[in-house]
Structures are given as structure tokens and as C-alpha cells.
Write a new protein. Structure first.
Length: 220
């Protein structure tokens, strides 16, 4: 018999966590990081991050147009603000790393660089409210934990990193925002969204975050 997927956002989040433990997407950047490679890897990370910002802003706008109601609209507006406020900080990282404006070029030219963008855009255009909200929850949980792990590794290895870089990546997911994402997912499920689709698309987005780290690490 096929597995029965409950229409409960927190149970779906728990199942995603179980899958994460059983089949982690990993963080290739942590595996490659050392003092010699650090400057190049930091630049690639900032560049890949900038490519994601553009896709995120469009995706959140798309979702706001598709679901202009509370609590969904609150989530999409706050996510847009989060990314918008981060862009000047990312430019400061680029300046500190002697990079050109990372928002003005498509670099690095690798498939993995744009895997997250493609998945996020597909979920925003084709996914349900529950699918996108659960994907956003997963994005925040996985991405921010990866950033925190990166900063810890930099400190453990005593790698010289610009203060702007450390300030940008030394951050945790907002408990309030992750809870809002689960509330929005639950609202979608109550309205009839398919929990199986939400689980599949959230995991797919998590796997694309693995591609994000691989691109920054220059590992195909």
C-alpha cells in the first residue's frame, strides 16, 4: 500500500528532518575549505548567493500575486524584505573580497549555480501554497544551518576572512519566520493542498541547496 502522508505541516517537517538524517545533501564547501583555497571559495559563494537573490525576489512576488491572502501574503512579503535587506550586505562582502558587483554577471557558469533558482521558480509557478511554504521552511532551516557551520569551520581552521563575510554568514534562521512558514503550509493543507506534493517539492528544494554548496565549492 502507498504511504499515507498526513495533512499536517509539522509532521511533514518532521519527515523531512528524518530524510535529512538518512540521506543528507551535504555541504561540499565545508569539505573543500582550507586556508589556501578560502579566498576563491569565498568569492564563488558570494557570486552564487547573488544569483539566488534574483530568483528569490521574483519567486516571492509570484507567490504574493498567486496567494494574496493572510497568512500567506505576510510570509512572502517578509521573505522578500529579508532578501532585499541582505543585498547591500552581500555587496559589502564582494567589495571586501575584491570582487565586481555580483549582481551584474552570471557567474559561475555552472549548472549547479542555477539549480536552486530553477527549483524555486518551478515551485513558485506550479506548486501549491503548502508546497512553497514548506519549501521555504526547509530552505531557511537547511541554508542557515549550513552558513553557521561554514563560519564555525572558518574559525576552527583560523582562516582569514573579511569581517563583512563573517557578519553576513554568521546568522541563524528566525524562529518566528520558520513558524510562520509552517503556519502558511498548514493553511494551504487545510484548503486542500496535496501533502505528498508539498513533501516532494520541499525535499527537491533541499537537494538543490546541496547543488548551491557544490557550485560554491567548484565541485560538479
Amino acid at each position: 500500500m502507498p504511504e499515507i502522508i498526513p495533512s499536517d505541516a509539522r509532521e511533514l517537517a518532521r519527515r523531512l528532518e528524518e530524510r535529512r538524517e538518512q540521506a543528507p545533501v551535504g555541504n561540499a564547501l565545508l569539505d573543500r575549505l582550507d586556508g589556501d583555497r578560502a579566498p576563491e571559495l569565498f568569492r564563488r559563494l558570494v557570486a552564487v548567493e547573488a544569483q539566488c537573490h534574483s530568483a528569490e525576489m521574483i519567486a516571492y512576488g509570484t507567490m504574493l500575486a498567486r496567494f494574496p491572502r493572510r497568512p500567506a501574503a505576510d510570509l512572502f512579503i517578509r521573505l522578500s524584505r529579508l532578501v532585499c535587506d541582505a543585498q547591500p550586505k552581500l555587496r559589502k562582502c564582494a567589495d571586501a573580497l575584491d570582487m565586481p558587483d555580483p549582481f551584474e554577471s552570471f557567474w559561475p557558469p555552472d549548472r549547479e549555480t542555477y539549480a536552486f533558482n530553477g527549483t524555486l521558480s518551478w515551485v513558485a509557478n506550479q506548486g501549491s501554497q503548502a508546497s512553497f511554504a514548506l519549501s521555504s521552511y526547509t530552505d531557511m532551516v537547511v541554508y542557515f544551518s549550513g552558513c553557521s557551520a561554514l563560519v564555525r569551520r572558518v574559525r576552527e581552521l583560523r582562516i582569514d576572512a573579511p569581517a563583512e563575510f563573517i557578519e553576513y554568514y554568521d546568522d541563524d534562521a528566525s524562529d518566528e519566520l520558520t513558524e510562520l512558514a509552517l503556519d502558511v503550509a498548514q493553511d494551504g493543507l487545510v484548503r486542500g493542498d496535496d501533502p505528498q506534493d508539498a513533501l516532494f517539492q520541499a525535499r527537491l528544494l533541499e537537494e538543490s541547496i546541496g547543488d548551491f554548496w557544490r557550485s560554491a565549492a567548484n565541485v560538479s
